[in-house]
Design a protein around this ligand. Structure first.
Ligand code: ZN
Length: 84
């Protein structure tokens, strides 16, 4: 009943059924994405909230301290914005 109604609308208006792929492309979660260094090509695991590795690297290798880093909600995006 519904299918015949749909096909009738399709033929009348030339519409096609909106179909989505069987398996949608998997989006990477924040945790799967690495946090890059602002200055060099090194990357560090994203531990959202406690990015000690990248912060330690920035301090030791590049003498950079990010002030109020606790207020940065997504360090990976923050770093990407600073890079470009
Ligand atoms: Zn670096």
């Amino acid at each position: 009943m519904i299918l015949s109604f749909v096909s009738e609308i399709q033929t009348q208006h030339g519409l096609e059924v909106l179909a989505f792929p069987e398996q949608p492309v998997k989006e990477l979660s924040n945790l799967e994405l690495q946090v890059p260094c602002i200055f060099c090509d090194k990357e560090f695991p994203n531990t959202t909230g406690k990015n000690d590795a990248v912060l330690h690297h920035l301090l030791v290798e590049h003498q950079l301290v990010i002030g109020d880093v606790a207020r940065v909600c997504d360090l990976r995006r923050y770093v990407l914005i600073q890079r470009y």
